[in-house]
Ligand binder design. Structure first.
Ligand code: GMT
Length: 377
């Protein structure tokens, strides 16, 4: 198949899923055309069958907000025609599915059939889409999509309840490449971050308020009362400054290492003994899955689709949002009880490999594309 993929090319779960999906599909022989405003972060464009088409958004003094959605729709239409695309797959509803809808209509004028699949990732539904200024257009874009997938049952339920009760929405969970994300029993390189033999916990996110990164710092401060531990903070975003400030205030500045955006998180995650994901909301929790594939058990909050990934007490721990004491106690348990850690690390890897490896989930996308293509005939 020839597939156009659009996503946010920056750091963030939806862009990562879209990029990894494109790479996996190309490995399986499909021609993949990324249509975005810049090169997606994890995308190596010299891979066979991977193509990249930049969307240029021309500015003009009249435009206070250059109309990216329109430039994208135009580019989608042109790329579809030039490369004979079979369908578009857009990640994150706003504004990508509306651009795809326009591209479908413009292509029809040129006698080209161009169906599109929208994958809902989370905040496009639970936060942004709920805002009154985007609600109507989000609902419309879901209704008009030729196919809709959701990355968890929880997100599907929420979408049906709030946006589109009649829509057939397929759940295709997040996936991970289990060959790239794998345990490193030696934790080679950990000493660089833990020169005094500290145990490491890690947090990865885009540092948005929904991730509650300040809770990570509070948990570390609490954890250090019983455990010689350090926290690796990977990523960047609006709450990084406040988190750095809080680390100073709580007296743990030297034990919270802010590493910024990292291109090879698969090298960092296996160095940790646990991952911390204290989010306010998480439709799935891709970072936790990546860690589990590395045999790093998660200490997370019981929200959204997270329980579809983590079984509390077996392959990770789930606690209430904002319960710093409970999160710190769980992390302490994992870091101080080697037998428990070994059992949970193995269970976490097993969950990733048996249920969420790319080779299990990618064929579901392929089958869904075929179904969408057949449906319109
Ligand atoms: O978590 C974020 O803020 C990024 C966001 C995105 O769309 O880029 O992530 C969402 O998509 C991920 C991949 O499908 C999911 O694993 C995350 O759970 C989801 N984030 C939220 O629901 C907050």
């Amino acid at each position: 198949m020839k597939i156009g993929i659009t996503c946010y090319p920056t750091y963030g779960g939806s862009g990562i899923v879209a990029t990894e999906l494109g790479l996996e599909l190309a490995r399986r022989g499909h021609d993949i055309h990324f249509i975005t405003y810049s090169n997606p972060i994890r995308l190596d464009t010299d891979i066979p069958r991977i193509h990249y088409h930049e969307v240029e958004v021309t500015s003009y003094p009249l435009f206070q907000y250059p109309p990216y959605s329109l430039a994208l729709a135009s580019r989608m239409t042109d790329v579809a025609e030039a490369y004979d695309l079979d369908l578009l797959h857009v990640h994150y509803a706003i504004p990508h599915s509306i651009s795809a809808l326009l591209a479908r209509q413009m292509s029809a004028r040129r006698s080209r059939r161009l169906p599109f699949v929208t994958t809902l990732h989370g905040t496009d539904i639970t936060l942004v889409g709920m805002d009154p200024s985007y609600f109507g257009i989000t609902k419309f874009s879901i209704e008009e999509s030729d196919g809709v997938t959701s990355i968890s049952d929880d997100l599907r339920r929420h979408t049906l309840d709030v946006f589109a009760p009649e829509k057939d929405i397929r759940v295709i969970h997040n996936f991970v490449n289990c060959d790239i994300y794998r345990p490193d029993p030696e934790r080679a390189g950990a000493a660089h971050y833990a020169p005094n033999g500290e145990k490491l916990i890690i947090h990865l996110s885009n540092f948005r308020p929904v991730k509650r990164v300040l809770d990570c710092v509070r948990v570390l401060a609490e954890l250090r009362k019983t455990t010689n531990a350090r926290l690796l903070m990977v990523g960047d975003g609006p709450d990084r400054g406040p988190a750095e400030h809080l680390a100073g205030t709580l007296g743990v500045k030297d034990d919270v290492l802010f590493l910024g955006k990292q291109n090879h998180v698969e090298r960092l995650i296996p160095l940790a003994h646990a991952i911390l994901m204290p989010s306010e909301m998480e439709s799935f929790g891709l970072a936790a899955l990546e860690a589990m594939a590395c045999g790093v058990p998660p200490v997370a909050t019981r929200v959204g689709g997270v329980p579809e990934l983590i079984t509390d007490g077996e392959d990770g721990f789930l606690e209430a949002v904002g319960d710093i004491d409970a999160l710190a106690a769980r992390a302490a348990q994992l870091l101080n009880d080697d037998a428990l850690h070994a059992r949970m690390a193995a269970a976490a890897r097993r969950t990733a490999t048996t249920r969420f490896c790319a080779d299990k989930l990618i064929p579901r996308y392929e089958a869904y594309y075929e179904e969408v293509l057949r449906a319109g005939l």
